[in-house]
Design a protein around this ligand. Structure first.
Ligand code: PEP
Ligand code: MN
Length: 352
């Protein structure tokens, strides 16, 4: 990692850095944070002569060769003050909610428009809607590009920034070009490093944000943070971590609720955390409780499947989407709990 003295380098300085690292077969990635730009070196960066030459440049502060598992996402990294913004709104300041249907039904676009308005009325900040769906069975509805037009129309009608899941390079391109604000990486793809790199490349130099779900199969917490590192290493660190439950160890829940890892994540990374209680518990009547628990564990927000008429929905909506009035209550109470969480963590920090 190359850390310059100034927040931004000039184009000539960039070229010089590339020329020097190129001599050592090292590829440079420029990572643009809010407060500073740092340069990740892809290759063996521990070459002594390389480090000496880089540190000899008068605009370079230092070269960090510590082999941290995650250099960019770590809480004490140079990006620690980076703010993840969606449409100008900072995730991690206040409590933010993404809500909307699991799946947009192209045959019933009006449900989605009604849901979008209801989400806004309920106090939701951003709108979710599945265009392409990762279904367990190949015989289930897989989504279609037509739904992307419905999503963007709902954005135009409500002014809400939108989130949708992408699973391959073509979907990433279509979503980014359409103006999707948040690309969702689903639980099934959180370990698909090819897709993570593809997203990283396509959102470089763009304000697009990524909502990275935790895989239901992920083990140690670092595996999750390293998945985020894959995206950040390609230049855009606008990443939100989203616990959504892991493989269940008991009957009753769809997945094993993992909202408690918000506390752990906050200790290790600066990235904001938004918990998805819908996929975690998988049942509309449990969702409010898991949502409030997430707020108590320090989440910066929630992702909640919501539908004006869940039983008329497709995908997960009939079983786990909450009604807009439930969403409104959850948002109100989660915000109050978030304030209590902040009070407790400030008290603990003051005593430390
Ligand atoms: C979804 O958000 O609808 C979804 C499929 O989520 P997950 O990837 O968490 O299963
Ligand atoms: Mn879903």
């Amino acid at each position: 990692m190359i850390i310059p003295k100034e927040a931004r380098l000039t184009a000539e300085q960039d070229t010089e850095l590339e020329a020097i690292t190129g001599e050592f077969d090292i590829h440079l990635e420029k990572i643009v944070g809010d407060h500073r730009t740092v340069y990740a070196m892809m290759g063996d960066e521990r070459h002594e002569l390389l480090i000496t030459r880089l540190e000899g440049l008068d605009y370079i502060d230092r070269v960090d060769t510590i082999q941290h598992a995650y250099k960019l996402m770590a809480k004490d990294s140079e990006l620690a003050h980076h703010k993840v913004r969606v449409n100008g709104s900072v995730i991690g300041e206040g409590f933010k909610v993404i809500a909307g249907q699991c799946t947009i039904d192209p045959k019933n676009p009006n449900y989605f428009y009604e849901t979008a308005h209801a989400v806004r009325e309920a106090g939701g900040d951003f709108l979710r809607g599945g265009v392409w769906k990762p279904r367990t069975s190949p015989h289930s509805y897989q989504g279609e590009a037509k739904a992307l037009d419905i999503l963007m129309e709902a954005k135009a009608r409500t002014g809400l920034a939108v989130d949708t899941e992408v699973m391959d390079a073509e979907q990433v391109t279509l979503a980014v070009e359409a103006g999707v604000d948040i690309l969702q990486v689903g639980a099934r793809n959180a370990l698909n490093y090819g897709l993570l790199k593809e997203i990283g490349r396509q959102i470089r130099n763009r304000p697009t944000c990524v909502l990275l779900k935790r895989s239901m199969h992920m083990g140690k917490i670092d595996e999750f943070i390293l998945a985020a590192e894959y995206i950040a290493a390609l230049g855009n660190p606008n990443i939100i971590l989203c616990p959504r439950g892991t493989v269940p160890t008991m009957d009753g829940y769809r997945n094993h609720p993992d909202e408690s890892i918000a506390v752990l994540l906050k200790e290790r990374t600066w990235a904001p955390v938004m918990v998805d209680p819908s996929h975690s518990v998988g049942k509309a009547s449990y969702v409010p409780f898991a949502a409030l628990a997430a707020a108590a564990y320090g989440a910066d927000g929630l992702v909640i499947e919501t539908h004006v008429k869940p039983l008329a929905g497709i995908g997960d909506d009939p079983k786990q989407a909450v009604l807009p009035d439930v969403l409104a209550r959850v948002i109100r109470d989660a915000k109050a709990i978030h304030e209590l969480y902040r009070g407790h963590s400030q008290h603990l920090a003051a005593g430390a």
